[in-house]
Write a protein that binds this ligand. Structure first.
Ligand code: LLP
Length: 433
């Protein structure tokens, strides 16, 4: 359950009205609920309690230092995919010893940095990377802890851009090749085989692909663990969230909805997967969820600038754009849109669009919305994951501010970019001066 709710007609984040945040910090504005972040983390953590486990929050979903600090305090480890992300974790006071480093393209510099910090494990994506890690570790006279990412060839059935577990994509090493690879890896002097990892895709709302992957992989993990003394099995991230319907219909958010509807939730996830994991219960289970923890914990607030009717369409033009939240433009994804002040009256089919000069710059198409006008504010829900982190400066638009709420308190956790910052790293060559 998330903590963005109407009290009467007013939208609150925990104990604070979103309107008051807009007055103080302007728009476009990302607002995060600390309680939602920790609740989501705790729900998952508790559901997995029967097995020794570590949740490594995938910080690519939302890497604001305040978010990392919140989750670190709750006991989370972190999944990072770049030196920058590892540095963020450290800057937020996180423990590198609870970090896994994933990604298909780790550079030598990144490997060196991660080894020096003493990360928990590299999630290795190719044999060439294994050799590179061995080499770099040798130079540093260190043992590099690794887990190879196995591609189980299970279709997660999600959006093509975020499905990763089939042989159609660049991730991991084919299931059939893993044992031979571990045998070769075991001979590398500076490699310590610590685990096995998999991740089949993102935004899974059905538990079956997870069951399939785990069922297929467990016997392999048993064999490898015995042979090489593995310590952990990571089943990746990918737990989906419900993007609709939420507030507008008054429905409770997703994990309170009946399981009969087939919606994935932590209890169901644990109930179905833990029995399958019994044969490897002597290992530590790792999870790398991003969206599940941060997704429903954030909203993007935007101001209505114009309402324009052309042809048959009603366009609501807002001050946020695809550069602030790219998911609808990129994945055609759905975000619930609600006014900060709930109103009655007829719903009008509307396109909610940003000011950028591209027809892809939209947040919703033909969406029934209450009547709004210039100066009203709208909230795009479930924007806490893959929202701000995917923002750009396209059209020379500063990135929005971010605010974290805890109870009745709110703090600016990233200030709005200034115009000068946008070109502060640029120079004009001497011959043009
Ligand atoms: N582990 C690995 C190896 C991953 O590639 C990912 C996500 C995760 C964990 C975390 O997945 P999650 O629990 O958040 O589903 N920008 C897209 C999502 C891209 C996901 C990339 N990998 C979106 O906005 O939907």
């Amino acid at each position: 359950m998330h903590d963005f709710k109407y009290v009467g007609r007013t939208l609150y984040c925990e104990g604070v009205t979103v309107e008051s945040l807009v007055k103080k910090f302007g728009t476009p504005l990302y607002v995060y609920s600390e309680k939602t972040l920790t609740d989501h983390f705790n729900k998952l953590d508790q559901a997995l309690a029967p097995m020794e486990h570590l949740i490594c929050y995938a910080i690519k979903a939302n890497s604001n230092l305040a978010v990392l600090r919140t989750l670190g305090r709750a006991g989370s480890g972190f999944d990072v995919v770049s030196e920058g992300e590892l540095r963020r974790v450290i800057a937020a006071g996180g423990d590198p010893g609870k970090c896994v480093f994933a990604g298909v393209g780790k550079t030598e510099d990144e490997i060196r940095f991660a080894l020096k910090q003493g990360i928990y494990s590299f999630n290795v994506e190719s044999e060439a990377e294994l050799h590179r890690i061995d080499r770099v570790a040798g130079k540093l006279r260190k043992q590099a802890p690794v887990a190879v990412r196995v591609n189980p060839n299970v279709d997660a059935g999600t959006h093509a851009k975020i499905t990763t577990g089939t042989y159609e994509n660049k991730f991991g090493i084919a299931f059939e090749e893993i044992e031979a690879l571990y045998a070769r890896a075991a001979k590398l002097k500076n490699i310590r085989l610590r685990g096995l990892q998999t991740h089949i895709g993102s935004q899974l709302t059905d538990v079956k692909p997870f069951e399939k992957a785990v069922t297929k992989l467990v016997p392999l993990v048993v064999r490898l663990a015995e042979k090489y003394g593995l310590e952990f099995f990571s089943i990746g991230g990918g737990l989906g969230i419900v993007y609709q319907p939420a507030l507008a219909s008054g429905a409770e958010t997703w994990w309170n909805q009946p399981e009969a509807k087939g919606i994935l939730n932590p209890a169901l996830y644990a109930q179905r997967l833990l029995p399958l994991l019994k044969p490897v219960s002597h290992l530590r289970l790792l999870l790398e969820p991003g969206r599940f923890i941060a997704g429903n914990a954030g909203i993007l607030v935007t101001r209505v600038e114009y309402v324009k009717r052309t042809g048959k369409k009603n366009f609501v033009i807002v001050d946020a754009a695809m550069n602030d939240l790219i998911r609808p433009a990129f994945y055609d994804s759905y975000h619930e849109i609600v006014p900060l002040n709930k109103r009655g009256g007829k719903l009008i089919s509307s396109d909610v669009v940003g000011p950028i000069c591209e027809s892809g710059d939209y947040f919703a198409k033909d969406r029934p919305l209450p009547k709004v006008g210039e100066g009203d504010h709208l909230a795009l829900l479930s924007a806490g994951a893959y929202g701000f982190v995917m923002a750009s400066n396209y059209n020379t638009r500063p990135t929005p501010a971010e605010v974290l709420v805890q109870g009745k308190r709110a703090a600016l956790v990233r200030k709005r970019q200034t115009f000068e910052e946008l070109w502060s790293g640029e120079t004009v060559p001497t011959w043009l001066k």
